[in-house]
Write a protein that binds this ligand. Structure first.
Ligand SMILES: [Zn+2]
Length: 698
């Protein structure tokens, strides 16, 4: 497949944001290009919509849906680049350029979603004789399109539409502000250590990074920050309990009223909840949780809560046992009579070392970045018989790499890999689409993905080394990437991850994590940073034994977040305006009393940094992780079965079936159908419970 050539009606290519011929021109794109490009594309879309809706003839797929999709894709791609830069290169000029256009773009999308004339065109096509002749995939796209129109307020009475649109705009502004506050609050705090004795327990690479951070500011000593690669080693290893306590408190109160009032996310949360509630009521639902579930695999909030309560009941006894063991160990071995929240990571790491006699640091030496990437690419090659080759394209940072995927010499797709933490990058790890596979009037486009992580970078000229958790994260995001890149669907709306139910979208990503626990896979992706030795068997055995260490505690934590999110959007009355933050905290306490085993201090402000639901699209959908884990564990079991007795579960036949039935089809059919086509039956929870070591003793 060839990359697309410019469309005949393409606007002048002097603005690099409007050049869709190849990869985004990151080296040429400047903040001043944003406004004219995005405004021009919005105008182009508006003009097209006007022309198409004014045409009295019955709409056809080729004459109506295709041009709409193509114009929409161009705007989506250009704005996607801007949004991407806002996430990975959040310097003041880009932040300003992004925020300047955000209201306008939100307004445009809200306006399209509520355009009754457009809605009626789609409906007319849906009711026309052509509908029966369309492929099932196109029929599904139309049906989902009509559903999304309804959810965007298309059927609202005219006098209500402006208010609905305002709600959308304000929500996107609040979400952007929520993220910015969190990033700024994260960067605002630092712990300076001037006496080397204060570093006791902290591993060398974390010390080096802290030293380098101080040096960069021309200062003596060591600088620790609230960014994960700096924060986590302190909490896990620093012997100085006061340092841990200070860092813990600073981290836990980020973006709250306990810090800089200008960065307080509390009022934003109250406002976001009120707007979502208002939106839900306007659409005729009782609450936002119901709205959120409409396009998902799960049917009702009650069904999801039932699923969560059920898992919580199964996991809590294991979590209680985990905590008792930890407390007893901390008391006996560490002299910690009361286990404080800032002791949990520290004591857990010590307990794990005592019980399994290895540390994350020891394991980390076996995962230098180049070897890990080799291993990851090897797994993908073995499962799907594709090649991953280095390629060239402009990037937003010299640290970013670019690759192409080929199948039997034919181009399948491209991806960017941006692995290391930077102060201008928002935290976490994610995959995003730079371009989606589709066939259109001028040819075909292959998919392109961004894979972004926040791992520690190389220190003192040596390649970066990753913890096993980092490796799991990398495989996870790559799973999303493969879902996007290996799609065989030609229709934009359902190719790759598009149109996949939210609560099923984590299936391919969580599925990939399983391979990081396989002996033969690990042999191919480990080499000690100093000796080059692969991971020794004895250490591997300990890792496996430790795999489900505290899995009870981890499970109830995820269930706590999931239940809090769902009930916050389903039970908290926001009809009277912004929800007071005390009400939000009270609900969290209530959820914790049911599921949590370790209750954080009263000043902990977890909601203020819960970006997933307040800035990331997971509102009333955080449960999706657990939901999809059931699917992914069950899918992986197919590879375990195929590998049984053969020594390797990198079975190309099962891999080919997974590609064909799950990855290739994207959102072109219901996730449950795809799962059943792959597995030959309905999903079962058994594999997840077994993989997590939570099997009740008979
Ligand atoms: Zn994910």
């Amino acid at each position: 497949m060839q990359p697309s050539t410019p469309t005949p009606d393409s606007p002048s290519n002097t603005n690099p944001l409007l050049d869709f011929t190849g990869m985004p021109r990151f080296e040429d794109i400047k903040p001043e290009h944003v406004e004219p490009a995005i405004r021009g594309l919005i105008d182009e879309n508006r003009a097209l919509i006007e022309r198409l809706t004014a045409d009295p003839a019955t709409p056809t797929w080729d004459g109506f849906v295709s041009p709409m999709d193509e114009a929409g894709e161009r705007l989506g791609r250009a704005w996607g680049v801007v949004g991407h830069l806002h996430s990975v290169f959040d310097v003041p000029e880009w932040r300003e350029a992004y925020n300047a256009m955000l209201p306008e773009i939100s307004r445009f999308y809200a306006e399209v979603g509520q355009n009754l004339a457009l809605f009626q065109k789609y409906k007319a096509l849906h009711d026309s004789p052509e509908f029966a002749t369309l492929s099932p995939v196109r029929q599904r796209i139309l049906e989902h399109g009509l559903r999304d129109f309804r959810l965007s307020g298309a059927e609202l009475p005219d006098e209500q539409k402006p208010r609905f649109q305002e709600i959308q705009e304000e929500q996107s502004q609040l979400a952007a502000k929520f993220s910015e506050n969190l990033l700024d609050a994260t960067n605002a705090h630092a712990e300076w250590i001037t006496d080397e004795a204060g570093l006791a327990g902290i591993p060398d690479d974390a010390r080096h990074a802290a030293r380098a951070a101080a040096e960069a500011e021309g200062k003596d000593g060591w600088k620790f920050t609230l960014q994960m690669p700096s924060y986590l080693p302190v909490l896990q290893y620093a012997d100085d309990r006061d340092l841990r306590a200070r860092m813990y408190r600073a981290y836990a109160t980020r973006a709250s009223e306990l810090g800089n009032p200008e960065l307080d996310n509390g009022p934003l949360i109250g406002r976001i909840l009120a707007l979502r509630d208002e939106e839900a009521r306007m659409l005729g639902y009782r609450n936002f949780a119901e709205v959120s579930l409409v396009p998902k695999m799960a049917d009702t909030p009650e069904q999801v809560l039932g699923f969560l309560h059920d898992l919580a009941a199964k996991a809590k006894p294991f979590a209680e046992k985990d905590l008792e063991e930890l407390k007893a160990f901390a008391r006996a071995e560490l002299g910690l009579d009361t286990l404080e929240p800032w002791d949990v990571a520290y004591a857990s790491e010590k307990l794990r070392q005592a019980r399994y006699a290895y540390s994350d640091q020891e394991v980390k030496q076996y995962f230098p970045e180049p070897k890990v990437l080799d291993g990851l690419f090897g797994v993908i090659r073995a499962l799907y018989r594709v090649d991953i080759l280095p390629d060239e394209a402009p990037t937003w940072d010299p640290d970013v790499h670019f690759f192409r995927i080929e199948k039997e010499g034919e181009l399948v797709g491209h991806f960017y890999l941006d692995l290391h933490a930077r102060s201008t990058k928002r935290g976490g790890a994610w995959m995003d689409s730079a371009r989606s596979r589709h066939r259109n009037t001028w040819g075909s486009d292959t998919p392109v993905a961004y894979l972004v992580c926040n791992f520690p970078g190389p220190v003192a000229g040596k390649p970066a080394t990753f913890t096993h958790d980092d490796v799991l994260t990398l495989f996870h995001e790559c799973g999303h990437g493969l879902h996007h890149l290996l799609t065989q669907v030609d229709e934009l709306a359902v190719s790759g991850i598009h149109g996949v139910e939210w609560d099923a979208v984590e299936l391919p990503s969580q599925f990939m994590e399983n391979f990081c626990w396989e002996w033969d896979v690990l042999q191919g992706m480990t080499a000690h940073a100093d000796t080059g030795e692969p991971l020794p068997r004895a250490l591997y055995d300990k890792m496996i034994a430790a795999k489900n260490f505290q899995s009870g505690m981890q499970t109830v934590r995820q269930l706590e977040f999931s239940m809090f999110d769902l009930r916050l959007h389903g039970e908290v009355d926001a009809s009277a305006g912004p929800v007071p933050i005390e009400r939000v905290m009270a609900l969290l306490d209530e959820v914790r009393r049911e599921v949590a085993v370790m209750i954080p201090p009263a000043w902990h402000r977890f909601p203020h940094s819960f970006s997933h639901i307040f800035a990331g699209g997971y509102a009333a959908g955080y449960y999706s992780y657990k939901w999809a884990e059931v699917l992914s564990a069950d899918a992986f079991e197919a590879f375990e079965e195929a590998g049984a007795g053969r020594g390797s579960l990198l079975d190309p036949e099962t891999g080919e079936r997974f590609w064909r039935e799950i990855l290739a089809v994207g959102g072109s059919r219901p996730a449950l159908d795809s799962f059943k086509a792959f597995r030959g039956r309905e999903p079962r929870v058994d594999a997840l419970l077994r993989h997590s070591g939570m099997v009740a003793q008979a």
